[in-house]
Design a binder for this molecule. Structure first.
Ligand code: KDG
Length: 339
């Protein structure tokens, strides 16, 4: 009986001693941030998420930790967007093109041939227009932090090289779930098929679709060269990614925590653009070495494509608001004067 009493007393004493440390441990338990993305861990998108996670841990002294989840394991872009709005997931990065169903102003970035180069893209996206478009997300339950570079998009397919617009006739071309992309490629004569990115490789492999369009980086990192023979360089649109936070969750954060995320996001943006451009510079040679047949659309055909696509998308301005459209055109005109 004595032994039992002593054992119970010792256990109670140990528990009392541990309680404050347990409470302390509770206090310093890091805030976990589930950050979803669609490409794989080895991609430019995955490398930038990893950098963001390192920056958050460093700037918060370990009090905030990013759990990066790639390859659309948390769902395709549109599903993750809804999870953020509902507060079931904290962060994601994805295409602005898949956001147009939530915020119509994002369609501005779908405009074919809007930007002539990365300098123009960075200046407009990071400038007043890009920030205005991003701020529209607040009322939809999302907080945009920064734009990353997906890149200029180019055509691949398994049937033939695209040397003239007519070569697109009848090609089953996967496009993002976005009306501008759908209308654009229908106008060019392709049979446009909207699919989430997560289903794209298998759709190409099973010939459910013949082709797709994406930047070189994605063609490389997603191994599309294994199921696509032809790469035709069109640079038909500059595609941004956007780093998003659930507003429900964001509003619970302290100002210091919000600053950690904003500063880490800027650092990740600058890293991602450098890293993506470095990789894109090497990608064509790598894709050729992987056996892809690469051709550039001849200038006359590129001009025909630009003419057709800018006409079919003349309505984008009316859709996003003519003030925003005209402000964008004015910014681009100023940039082009400076050259
Ligand atoms: O999560 C994948 C998205 O980032 C997507 O936008 C990639 O460009 C893409 C596409 O073609 O779906």
């Amino acid at each position: 009986m004595q032994v039992l009493r002593r054992t119970v007393l010792a256990a109670a004493f140990a528990a009392a001693l541990a309680a404050p440390f347990a409470a302390l441990a509770q206090d310093i338990k890091p805030r976990i941030i589930r950050f979803g993305y669609g490409l794989n861990e080895q991609s430019n998108q995955g490398r930038a998420v990893k950098l963001f996670a390192q920056e958050v841990e460093k700037r918060s002294g370990g009090k905030m930790r990013v759990r990066a989840v790639g390859a659309a394991a948390l769902g395709p872009d549109v599903q993750m967007q809804q999870a953020l709005i509902g507060g079931a997931q904290e962060m994601m990065v994805g295409s602005t093109a898949t956001l147009v169903g939530i915020s119509k102003e994002m369609a501005l970035w779908d405009t074919p041939f809007l930007f002539n180069n990365a300098r123009e893209a960075d200046a407009v996206l990071d400038g007043p227009v890009g920030q205005k478009v991003m701020a529209k997300l607040d009322e939809k339950g999302l907080v945009g932090l920064v734009y990353w570079e997906n890149g200029f998009r180019n055509l691949t397919n398994s049937k033939r090289a695209v040397n003239k617009l007519e070569d697109l006739d009848g090609i089953k071309l996967r496009v993002m779930q976005n009306n501008v992309y759908l209308d654009s490629f229908k106008t060019l004569g392709a049979n446009a098929v909207p699919l989430p990115f997560s289903e794209l490789f298998s759709a190409l492999e099973t010939k459910t679709v013949d082709g797709q369009e994406n930047p070189y980086n994605t063609i490389l990192s997603s191994k599309f060269y294994e199921v696509q023979k032809y790469l035709s360089i069109t640079n038909h649109v500059y595609s941004p990614w956007i780093v998003l936070v659930s507003k429900k969750w964001w509003d619970q954060l302290s100002k210091d925590e919000q600053k950690v995320l904003r500063d880490a996001a800027v650092a990740s943006r600058d890293f991602e653009r450098r890293d993506t451009r470095d990789e894109a510079g090497r990608a064509l040679a790598e894709l050729k070495a992987k056996g892809m047949q690469i051709n550039e659309l001849p200038p006359a055909e590129a001009a025909r494509m630009r003419d057709k696509l800018t006409r079919v998308n003349a309505g984008i301005g009316a859709n996003i608001g003519m003030d925003l459209w005209q402000e964008t055109q004015a910014e681009l005109a100023k940039l082009r004067e400076k050259k």
